[in-house]
Design a protein around this ligand. Sequence first.
Ligand code: 6R9
Length: 717
Amino acid sequence: AFIHSLDRGQIVRSRVESVTLNVAKELTGKTVDNDQHVPPDHMPDMEEIALKYPAKSENTALERYKSDYALSLAKNKQFWQKRAAELITWDHYPYDENKCDDIMMGGFEFGDIAWFPGAKMNVCANAIDRHVQNGKTHQVAMIWEGDEPGQVLKFTYSELLRKVSAIANALKSQGVKKGDVVTIYMPMIPQLPMTMLACMRLGAVHSVVFAGFSSAALSSRISASKSSIVVTADIGVRAAKVIPLKKIVDEAIVMNDCKDIVKRVLVYERERSIASDDDAVPGDVGLSDNKINWVPNRDVNMNDLLPKQRPYCPPESMDAEDPSFILYTSGSTGQPKGLVHTTAGYAVYAAHTIQTTFDLQPNDIFACMADCGWITGHSYVVYGPLLSGSTTFIFESTPLYPDAGRYWDMVQRHKISLFYTAPTAVRSLIRYGDDVPKKYDLSSLRILGSVGEPINPAAWSWYYEAVGNKKCTIVDTYWQTETGGHILTNLPGVTPMKPGSCALPHYGIDCVVLDSVTGEIVEGDDVEGVLAIRGPWPGMARTCLGDHARYLETYFRPYEGYYFTGDAVRRDKDGYYFITGRVDDVLNVSGHRIGTAEVESALVKHPSVAQAAVVGRPHAIKGEAIVAFATVTESNTEDDDELVKELRALVRGEIGPFASPDIICITPSLPMTRSGKIMRRVLRKISTGEADQLGDVSTLADPSVVDTLIDLIGKHD
Ligand code: 6R9
């Protein structure tokens, strides 16, 4: 008797074309209604309980959300019990409305959280098999568009089942079994999500490393996760540039202890993989010259192995709390942490959030522009859309290749209805003007999503007006690698939009603002503090691989009793949340999380560098730019310009090109306290040209350093 949002949405869907809204130039602080969407029914029908929490006088969609939200917290276990029963096809599910007290065990004190313990399911079977079994054999599950416009492949659900099964059998033939960690270092070709799904099918734990990471970064991730299997491709191609991925893997394996750890490297040849038939002759002659250096007894050619595999592989029935994947992310120390996500809780949460936030319908074409190497790619390119039985879009290229109309050209050709990208991409397109999106028919679009960083009002209005033609809802989704899915967002047809605000908490998520010093809850509206969450939710990461103490220290010790996000927040007079930035030493560059400590430890690897300090400063397109300061050793004889070049190359080599500092200042000294601590606050102010607001610098050992640094920064601007 539960009305699933999908069923109801289908029946009542109607598109109101005439939403006439005047978006004022200065949008911050104002709400923008968008009544295009009929509010879907997000809540399971819990009528009896609902009577106790009646909606307030006006029965608007927003009031309905508020009472539903209160209900989802008051009856949290029932809420997740019903969502889990609705969203997942279980092999075994020992819970129901009357028996769900044990649906979640443990808590924040020990981080011993378990959701749906004892229940069994397989994520891959939920993402593919059950749709085939439910008559979606011929529905397109995946549309892939390659680097060149119009280079397109489509896979129906039954084709996907065959492809993923064959990959799973190939992995099995190479010794992969339940619980093994498989590192995936691949370009955005269809075999990347397919390999992720194949791992899920076997119960192997995938660890996708974004193909922009360097060999050193890849090596430390392989080593930390003791991953004996690495899956890669000969090359990646982005904006016609060839990236020699297999070569990078070879380099990674000779570093650290990887030589002893890695037993097999499985290699896809990109051109054979994207040829519509496995035996077809490669189409793109010119890119295939990249000779693969096959290492005997270690390297295996996937394109030779796959045709030999049976195209069906039975899925492994997994415990709800079995790990499903690891994803490395940056924190305040130098070593990236491998967050471990679960099987069932993660799947429930990915499906629940995509369906509520995007009002996802089975006939939608859902296009998330993220790379599978980031959490957004995991939850909203692969798992969310496929668990929901819709059509997902995989994009190999960039928004500017071959020109600034690429996104809109794809929306028009593929009739994309839900489009999801990061503010940095939107900002990079604005400068090419409104005329670019106007050239295309974008009428298929219903909802536009934003993720990764706050969206500034100028980018918001451009997205809303030039792209959405004032007819699409923009959902500003706040979340993290750790949260598995959306935490704060507006909901289409439910929450009026406020540009720059990620609006209100998602159902079931108990968000609070804490006083950053006392850790006390800050009640009421028009307040500031740090963002925290009061209780566990199914999609949260359960541990840091091999270091549970670090998990506890990072997320649960800063404020006892809460999950700490690391973000500062303002809640305005209407209760809307605005993220105001990280409070730890994590930068957000073009939506990528980069720890200042990671960049610093790369810089000090140079023999001429004595000390390094890295800060962020606002950047018009990237959101934040990386500014590095370094002092040199006494023995250094290098010219500054030469050294700066070498340092850039060093960071690219240690982390990846995306972490290369925008500015590197070689300085005679750094602002240190008398006790020998670098005062980053001073560096931040100087970098942003706010040296007049330095505040108290009396603790500086040598105050004259300030003028030197102001001069140095001045030379870079
Ligand atoms: C999904 C993702 C997480 C950090 C997070 C916050 C920032 C993400 C945001 C946002 C403001 C939004 N962030 N979404 N800030 N508004 N809508 O990006 O995960 O890579 O782990 O980064 O990104 O600072 O703490 P991840």
